[in-house]
Each structure stands twice: as structure tokens, then as C-alpha cells.
Write a new protein. Sequence first.
Length: 179
Amino acid sequence: ENLTFVLTLHDGSKCELVVNELQIEMLARAIIHAINNAEMRELALRITSLLDFLPLYDVDCQENGNLEYDTYSQPEWKHNLFDHYLAVLYRFKDESGKEQFSGAVVKTREATPGKEIEAITRRMLDFSPRLKKLAGVPCQVYVRTVAANNAQPLTQDQCLRALHHLRVQSTSKTAPQAK
């Protein structure tokens, strides 16, 4: 499949750029490289802030241990832009005060929790219809790297199992530090 970009040049003339879907990754990298070379740091940050994670699954954890989830199908070229799989778990209390868990599995360029990952966990609440209910709700957020620099894509089962294990661990005494 091809994408066609219509560019308007300085003299007002138009130029069509036809890009095959398989070339999009290279085009995106070239654009980011050109912006970095032009030392347009603020523009690069603004653009990459929209492109710093790839949502794969969002999940509500059920009382019986099952996961109710949505899948976000992404083209291969988008998967190739990101190296690391992260499981993100939100622990919160519902309207009746009962402890609940929701989560997501995303691909990112960052492997370890930090300010970038923290920002992604907040933006997931805006992106995901399933997680929107958590906007403004106090949550403990747990993040675990599922796979870093993994050449082979993870299966749905591997991703959801990692999120399930993070939930189990978050309720035990050996839980990772919440953010």
C-alpha cells in the first residue's frame, strides 16, 4: 500500500511524494534525523512526544483473575520503530472503595522507568477508552520491562501474562516500587 503526500513548495507549486508502506519507517527516521541536525530540539521533542509509545493492549483485571482486554493492531513498520515492551499496571479504588486494577502493554524506546515512561503512563489514560475512567483518580502505577531489544515480537499471550504477573506481584510483599 502507498501513501501519497502532497507538498506545497515555496513558489506555490505542488509536488507529490508517493511512499510505500514499507518505506515509512525509513522516512520517519530521516525526518527526525533532519530535525535533530537542524538543532530544532523543541520541534523534535513535540513530534516524538506523540510517537514515543505504541499501545498494544489495554486491560481491566477481573476479580476472578481473568483479563478483559482490547487489542490495538499496529502495522509492522510502527512496531519496528520501538524496541522495548512494557507492562503498566494501575492500582486504584473504585467508587465503592474496592481495590481494582487496570493496565496496558505498550512498546517504547525507553527500557527503564523514568520521566519519559511516567509521561507515557499519564498519556495512556487519554489514549485508551478503557483507561479514561482513571483520569483524575489517584492510582499507584507499576511498570515492568517485559522485553528489551527483543528481535522477535512478543505474542498476545506473553504480553497479557506479563501484565497478570505484575498484578500478582503488586499485591504481594515483593511488589516493585509504585510511582
